[in-house]
Design a protein around this ligand. Structure first.
Ligand SMILES: [Zn+2]
Length: 346
């Protein structure tokens, strides 16, 4: 079972002394110990730049590191610890392989993975998310997001929009609840499946010939032959080349207005259901192809407790295997899905 760090991690936290706005119960002394050295002062200064979600650290993890080489204090927040580990790794680069460094970084962040297939952090990060506004194409043609100015600099002194959003807008999540009564809502997606090995299945050639082309079992089998088994928890994404059409009507429909875009076949997702895959993604408007009349993939994949991502961008930049996807799913309670920020690292 993979442990994923988050701000409510309940294992006896040590708090960064300058992160004093935590809503969590405090077990450490109310006042931090006084700074004793420039190094400690620097550590605390760094803490000010961290987000509330990165403030905790467990003592057992601290002890996993080489104390002789350690130059900071055990009161550091997680972000500070990560920065220290980075500096420490750089200074000992000749002694560390990329895999070892990544494992140590994972330990520092409280992200210890049992999965062997996550990317080894070469430093490339790709945004798989389209920017969207009320012109972004939607399945039913209605504007997916509407903006109203709620506050403006003149006279309010600051700027704030009120948004009206249809959940399935832009690059977004389809949660099980979208097609299954009683299915998991988007806020209940297992957090360990939101950081996942990414398998990119390329069907651009046949999609260029047939707008409603589908990922077939043979495409999955070809990926497995080339790259090995689908890793546990993986996201399997279709790259149909459709992302390049964004901004053109052909991303959504044919000139006659009928929906036309590639998707998964049910036979392919039935095959994926026998693997460890936890999610599927498409660079089009729907998990099913545009000409689907029965939404067979939505109706089978989602009720089984898995989820989907629609409207991915930039899959062309990624390798077929070896990238890690970070799925910034929204967390509105009871939601069927929603706009998400998706990035990948490889
Ligand atoms: Zn959707």
């Amino acid at each position: 079972m993979r442990r994923v760090f988050h701000s409510t991690w309940p294992v006896s936290p040590l708090e960064c002394p300058l992160q004093r706005d935590s809503p969590q119960p405090r077990e450490e002394p109310e006042r931090p110990p006084a700074p004793r050295s420039p190094a400690r002062l620097l550590a605390w200064k760094d803490c000010r730049a961290t987000s509330p979600g990165t403030r905790r650290l467990t003592a057992p993890i601290l002890r996993e590191f080489d104390e002789a080489a350690w130059t900071r204090t055990p009161e550091m927040c997680t972000a500070c610890l990560i920065e220290d580990v980075k500096r420490h790794m750089l200074s000992r680069r000749s002694l560390f392989s990329g895999a070892a460094a990544t494992a140590a970084m994972g330990a520092a962040a409280g992200v210890l993975s049992a999965r062997p297939a996550l990317a080894q952090a070469t430093g490339r990060v790709v945004d798989l998310t389209h920017s969207y506004d009320s012109d972004f194409p939607t399945f039913d043609g209605k504007p997916g997001i509407l903006y109203e100015v709620d506050k403006s600099f003149d006279p309010d002194g600051y700027h704030l929009f009120k948004l009206t959003i249809f959940e399935h807008t832009g690059t977004h999540i389809d949660a099980p609840l979208h097609f299954a009564e009683g299915g998991a809502s988007v806020d209940l997606l297992p957090v360990e499946n939101l950081i996942a090995p990414l398998c990119v299945v390329d069907i651009k050639d046949k999609a260029a010939e047939e707008p409603n082309a589908v990922v077939e079992p043979a495409d999955i089998e070809a990926w497995i032959s080339a790259h090995g088994a689908i890793p546990a928890g993986a996201c399997v994404a279709m790259n149909s080349g459709w992302s390049a059409r964004m901004g053109d009507p052909s991303w959504r429909n044919l000139p006659d207005g009928s929906l036309a875009f590639p998707g998964f076949s049910k036979a392919a997702t039935d095959l994926l259901a026998e693997t460890g895959a936890a999610s599927i993604g498409v660079d089009t408007l729907s998990l099913d192809p545009g000409n689907s009349s029965d939404f067979a993939v939505h109706s089978s994949w989602l009720p089984a407790g898995r989820f989907g991502i629609e409207g991915l961008a930039n899959l062309d930049v990624l390798p077929a295997a070896g990238a890690t996807i970070f799925i910034g799913a929204p967390k509105h309670r009871g939601g069927t899905g929603g706009p998400a920020r998706i990035v990948a690292m490889f």
